[in-house]
Design a protein around this ligand. Structure first.
Ligand code: F6P
Length: 341
């Protein structure tokens, strides 16, 4: 078979492990030809391809990023986008497509599957907010990076008797903040799913100072206060309509400094969470997803996504995976709240 592969949306540690697994299994077990599309859907729209043979995937398992490049190009945000995609696939004789992406990339994949394209999606996002899978690869690495930062911030915060606010990624879902904050022993964790009470946050900081230590607050970039005062965005939108966020950490730090009368600083981890080598968990999960995607293609499946359920890799409908985001449930947040203050 001729199988097309692409990586779309924000990059994520583990993408190369998926690509390697698809190429290695497709060629070794089935004699497939794997065609890489550069920079996500842009490569499909413009028929910008790269042959993915065994040589192309040698040594890429531990490398972060994606050897195929990525973009947030949305074929459905332009006139005739779908027709151009279909024309490329037809011209190149692509039998099936394996798009690796999050809600946006796989949202496009869902629509293409409805239009008759053979598609098997692979879930990826450091945010871990894709529905129908227990975990996406990249999340474990991002949480590890954030946890290490929090560990380091504890010691400098305590030395200077100041509040440190750590802003992590997570536009709509607070999974990174929740896991990194729990693992790092944060004194407050603020997530988009639970608009926070500013007075409550200040009280937790005060309590932490009173007990002789300095507060660490972990805040998702998409978190906002109940009264909406600190909610920030640049106003810029990408082609999928997402606003670019940023600044909640700095705004919160200055408010806490004012209200506690003690210094506060903000640290924005930003793209450090997405870069670099994947954790062992992410390498294994990404590899298993790649292998399972090739199996699904050869089983004649389409309109499905490979997913993790417990320790098994299963197939779920793409439409179900992209219908809504997987948010942090109230009971999971309540577990973290036990340690606030
Ligand atoms: O979607 C993954 C993500 O890392 C989000 O957590 C974050 O808001 C966004 O990408 C950042 O996107 P960009 O790469 O455009 O800065």
């Amino acid at each position: 078979m001729r199988i097309g592969i692409l990586t779309g949306g924000g990059d994520c540690p583990g993408l190369n492990a998926v690509i390697r697994a698809v190429v290695r299994k497709g060629i070794a077990e089935h004699g497939d030809e794997i065609i890489g599309f550069r920079d996500g859907w842009r490569g499909v729209l413009e028929a910008d391809t790269v042959p993915m043979d065994l040589h192309a995937v040698r040594g890429i398992l531990p490398r972060g990023g994606t050897v195929l490049g990525t973009s947030r190009t949305n074929p459905y945000a332009m006139d005739g986008g779908q027709e151009r995609v279909l024309a490329t696939l037809e011209r190149l004789g692509i039998d099936a497509l394996i798009p690796i992406g999050g809600e946006d990339t796989l949202g496009v994949a869902t629509r293409l599957a409805d239009a008759g394209v053979g598609v098997v999606g692979v879930p990826k996002t450091i945010d871990n907010d894709l529905d129908s899978t227990d975990y996406t690869f990249g999340f474990d690495t991002a949480v590890g990076v954030a946890m290490e930062a929090i560990d380091r911030l504890h010691t400098t915060g305590d030395s200077h008797h100041r509040t440190l606010v750590v802003e992590v990624m997570g536009r709509h879902a607070g999974w990174i903040a929740l896991h990194a904050g729990m693992a790092g022993g944060a004194n407050v964790i603020l997530i988009p799913e639970n608009p926070f009470d500013v007075d409550g946050v200040v009280a937790h900081c005060q309590h932490r100072f009173d007990s002789g230590y300095s507060p660490i607050i972990v805040v998702s970039e998409g978190a906002s206060p109940k009264d909406g005062d600190l909610s920030l965005s640049t106003g810029e939108k990408d082609t999928f309509g997402h606003v670019r966020l940023g600044g909640i950490g700095a705004a919160l730090a200055s408010l806490i400094e004012e209200r506690t009368g003690r210094e506060a600083r903000a640290v924005v981890l930003g793209h450090i969470q997405r870069g670099g080598t994947p954790s062992a968990f992410d390498r294994v999960l990404a590899t298993r997803f790649g292998l399972a995607a090739v199996d699904a293609v050869h089983d004649g499946q389409s309109g499905v996504m490979v997913a993790l359920r417990g320790t098994d890799i299963v197939r779920v409908p793409l439409s179900a995976a992209t219908a809504q985001l997987k948010l942090v449930p109230a009971e999971r947040y309540a577990e973290a709240e036990v340690f606030f203050g």
